[in-house]
Each structure stands twice: as C-alpha cells, then as structure tokens.
Design a protein. Structure first.
Length: 256
C-alpha cells in the first residue's frame, strides 16, 4: 500500500467521491476529527465576520459535510444532491431565488468545483442585494501550494490554464483547485470588466500547513485537536510568510 493509502481515512477509503454517501461520511469525519473541526470553526468564523450589514437571507453552497449553520442563524443550507446536511437541492449556476433577494452567498471548498464559473457569477450578481457579498474559503496559488496540490492531492490544480471553465466529471471529482486564484487574483481585471456589478473586496491568503496536518476529510489527522490553536498562532506570527506560503484564501466579492 502507498503512503497515501496508509494515511487514508478508513471511513471513506475506496469510496466514490461523487456519491452522496461519501458526503454523509465526510460530515461525520469533520465533526469527529478535533483538529479538523477547529479548522472549520476558524473558517466559519472568518466567513461570519465578513457578512455584510444589509438585511436578507444567507445561502450556503455545498453544505453537505459541514456545520456552518451553527455559526450563521437562519442559514439556507444547500447541496447538489439530497443529503442530511442540506435543506434544499440546487445548482449554483441556476439559483432558485428572486433578483436582489440574498444578503450573501457563502461556501467552503466549493467554487473550484464549479465548471461554469461565469454562470455562477452571473447568478450571484442577480440574486445579491446591493452591498451583498459572495464569501468563500478556497484553495489558493503560491509556490508552496503548487508543490503540495500537484503532488499530494487528487484534484487537478492548473493555475496556468487560459480558460475558467473545465469539463466536469462529477459534482465533487470535477475541479480545478487553482480556479479561485485565477478568477479573483490573476484575472481580476477581466472579472471587473465582465461583471461590473461585482468587486473583489478582499483576497486574504492563509493556512500554509494547518489543513495538511488536519488530514482534511480524506486522510487521517497528523495532529491532536489540542495542537490547533498554538499551531495556527505560529502560522500567523509572521503574516508575510503566511501570505507567501498559503494554501487557502478568504475571498470576499461585493455586489454594488
């Protein structure tokens, strides 16, 4: 067995990534792995703190494995297939909401799975109220993340492609991990031209090592839960290093 096979989490080893049952098991994993749960708590806190002051409902895309509803009251949870972690089933490129009806659209590790990002951005612009926001935690491109994602992660990571779109093999298996950086950093000027009603308010790189040590939802944890806070304090101690070696970013896009 390969080292990755030895480290694979026993609950999901060998399961189909696109199966709803895998998402159900990942929901259990996120709650039971203390280091990973603390990481998600930090992510959800960052998203909650970035919510705009305008009134309205908040929609989460890709809620199946998470627990963001514990952080945002009245959150509309959703997924692309029926699962206990979601209140509605929807496609992020065809949102069933009225124009200018949402306060925010939030997500973690979802945007880079959207094969038609322009369709999603058009829907976000339509559904958000003025001052509303799209808020996400997503993979990010740095020299360190290029090395890690290309060698140790199962998803495609292609920061040099010209097109935003990619062929989808399934709701979770289809991806380009570099897509958030491409759209909201590399091609930000193009984004502003194509979607003048949307503005990137923040793109904050973070977490060079914490997610790796957590093992994510597919691997065993390499650190106990008690190590999370001191480890993150060390990562944040030198902001320039965290930015230069980040594997994720908080991205906030505001509707004008």
């Amino acid at each position: 067995m390969t080292p990755r096979g030895l480290l694979a989490h026993p609950l999901t080893r060998g399961m189909d990534i696109d199966s709803p049952q895998t998402t159900v098991l990942r929901r259990r994993i996120v709650r039971e792995k203390a280091f990973l749960r603390h990481l998600y708590e930090e992510w959800y806190g960052l998203i909650r703190d970035a919510l705009p002051t305008v009134e309205g409902r908040v929609l989460e895309l890709g809620s199946g494995a998470g627990f963001m509803d514990e952080f945002i009251e009245g959150l509309i949870t959703s997924e692309v297939f029926p699962t206990p972690g979601a209140s509605i089933v929807l496609d992020g490129t065809r949102l069933p909401f009225a124009t200018r009806s949402l306060r925010a659209i939030v997500m973690t590790d979802v945007f880079h799975h959207v094969p038609a990002p322009r369709a999603f951005l058009a829907e976000a612009r339509r559904c958000l109220k003025p001052g509303g926001r799209v808020i996400m935690i997503e993979p990010w491109v740095t020299r360190w993340s290029r090395f890690v994602y290309r060698r140790f992660h199962h998803e495609p990571f292609e920061p040099d492609v010209a097109r935003w779109e990619f062929p989808s093999t399934g709701p979770l298996s289809g991806a380009n991990g570099a897509l958030p950086w491409i759209v909201f950093e590399r091609d930000r000027a193009m984004l502003q031209r194509e979607y003048p009603g949307l503005r990137v308010k923040e793109a904050r790189p973070l977490m060079p090592m914490a997610y790796l040590l957590s093992g994510g939802v597919a691997m065993r944890a390499l650190m106990p839960g008690a190590a999370y806070r001191p480890w993150r304090a060390a990562e944040r101690a030198i902001p320039a290093i965290e930015r230069a070696t980040a594997m994720f970013a908080l991205v906030v896009v505001e509707s004008e």
